[in-house]
Design a protein around this ligand. Structure first.
Ligand code: FAD
Length: 431
């Protein structure tokens, strides 16, 4: 039987494995295996909400093993560490517990078609001190650790403990959608905690949003969206510093290239993404950002049986641009990979489809304060929507992901539970 191995159960990986599992795995037409370093999936675009406690991980985490048993694939937990292209095997690193004791030894898993969708990591651009002194939002564990850290800082700086602290100063480096959304989420967390009785001064929280280019949302080419977001940030009191390049991060704050020092109690680094460094060791062609170079069919330039999609892939477009690292592209590329593998299974000489990026829209959700975005950007520049309508479209992306993974009835039930949970439980998860 044809063996299809998918590494990475993220935004795109879960969609392809669910589709292939149901279509081929359940019917015994192929053996589908999902490999992920974690044992559960949380949709990455929600990580900033997880970090502040707006999102309940209990309700939104999906157990891979349970999902596999219901959808016609098998799950293997492990970190992709190597690749044997001759014997067609992936190598998984030994799995260790938190004390370094081995749980599982190194494993080798055979494939006929390999699909790599391991996402990306935040780019530190080699700037001194970033790895040591900054927080990141690449992994669920990092979001959970950040939640604890933020809560502890608010507790410590609440007035009743008399800590001499003028401001709780958080700097967020990178004013893309993630940085902007996190800045708004921080204000939402401060407001909500104040409502729960934490004695937090109105002006305690100072969020600095640092951007190297000359405006917020440098990748969104829609002045109306950028202006609406800049206005909302100003209303919240977020201090936006554009044209500011960080040259070093220390435990006390950040030095800039033009000689300023920005004091910070915490620095969240969200200045763009790059591929995982280990991808450069697999024997596949990668670009300078360690992303796997692929043809428009998503096949690796080095090996036709190996596909890559999403944030870890560098996929060219006809106009010379590259597919951007976004949730919608990961999903669309992953589904195209599934179709292409099915075609190859039917006819190894089949002509494969190429991925054409269609910008369906970009949305920025500033927590409870405002949502703004552009719909159907590929049709005459699209249509800008704001407020409740924009919020509805923004949340519908996650709803579509839930339905793809669970089917319509269970997906709708989960949405209902999420809605009920918002009424019955505190707005912020405190534990
Ligand atoms: C806070 C935040 C907000 C965002 N908001 C938006 C948004 O509003 N809209 C949008 O379009 N995009 C958004 N993005 C970007 C979006 O999340 C990514 O583009 C998308 O998740 C990429 O999907 P993917 O499938 O390529 O990788 P991911 O979703 O990152 O999944 C990668 C998977 O691979 C696994 N993995 C990693 N390394 C290994 C390994 N060595 N071995 C095995 N498994 C491994 C990981 O555990 C993970 O499950 C946001 C990102 C962040 C961080």
């Amino acid at each position: 039987m044809t063996k299809i191995v998918i590494v990475g159960g993220g935004a795109g990986g879960m969609e392809i494995v669910t589709k292939l599992g149901r279509k081929l795995g359940r019917k015994g037409k192929a053996e589908i295996t999902l490999i992920d370093r974690c044992d559960h999936h949380i949709w990455k675009p929600l990580l900033h909400e997880l970090a502040t406690g707006s999102l309940d991980e209990g309700l939104n985490a999906l157990d891979y093993r349970m999902h596999a048993s219901q959808n016609g694939y098998r799950f293997e937990q492990g970190m992709l560490a190597g690749l044997n292209q001759v014997d067609r095997q992936v190598v998984l690193a030994p799995m260790l517990d938190e004390f370094g004791a081995e749980i599982l030894p190194e494993r080798k898993i055979g494939y006929d078609y390999l699909v790599i969708g391991v996402g990306a990591v935040t780019n530190d651009f080699g700037i001194p001190g970033v790895q040591e002194h900054c927080d990141f939002l690449d992994l669920t564990e990092q979001a959970m650790a950040l939640r604890k850290k933020i809560r502890h800082r608010f507790l410590r700086y609440a007035k009743e403990h008399n800590v001499e602290q003028e401001h709780f100063e958080i700097s967020i480096v990178g004013a893309g959608a993630t940085g902007v959304e996190m800045a708004a989420e921080m204000h939402h967390a401060a407001d909500t905690l104040r409502g729960y009785g934490y004695d937090i001064r109105e002006d305690l929280l100072q969020v600095n949003l640092i951007e190297a280019t000359d405006r917020v949302l440098p990748r969104i080419d829609k002045p109306r969206i950028c202006n609406a977001v800049a206005k909302e940030l100003a209303k919240l009191g977020v201090r936006v510093k554009t044209d500011t390049r960080i040259s070093e991060v220390t435990p006390m704050g950040m030095h800039t290239a033009d000689g300023q020092f920005i004091p910070s109690d915490m620095v969240l680094w969200s200045a763009g993404v790059k591929g995982h460094p280990f991808l450069a060791t697999l024997g596949l062609e990668v670009n300078q950002a360690d992303q796997i170079m692929v043809h428009p069919s998503c096949q690796s330039l080095s090996n036709d049986r190996i596909f890559a999609f999403g944030d870890c892939a560098a996929c060219p477009q006809e106009d010379g641009s590259w597919v951007p690292p976004r949730g919608q592209t990961a999903r669309q590329m992953a589904l195209l990979v599934g179709d292409n593998i099915e075609k190859l299974m039917a006819d190894p000489q089949a002509t494969l489809d190429g991925y054409v990026y269609k910008d369906l829209g970009s949305f920025v959700n500033m927590s409870k304060f405002h949502t703004v975005g552009n719909l159907m950007s590929f049709v005459g520049g699209g249509m800008t929507v704001e407020g409740k309508m924009a919020r509805l479209v923004y949340t519908s992306l996650y709803r579509r992901h839930l339905i793809a993974l669970h089917g319509v009835s269970k997906g709708l039930l989960l949405m209902l539970l999420n809605g009920l949970q918002r009424i019955m439980r505190p707005e912020l998860k405190l534990h």
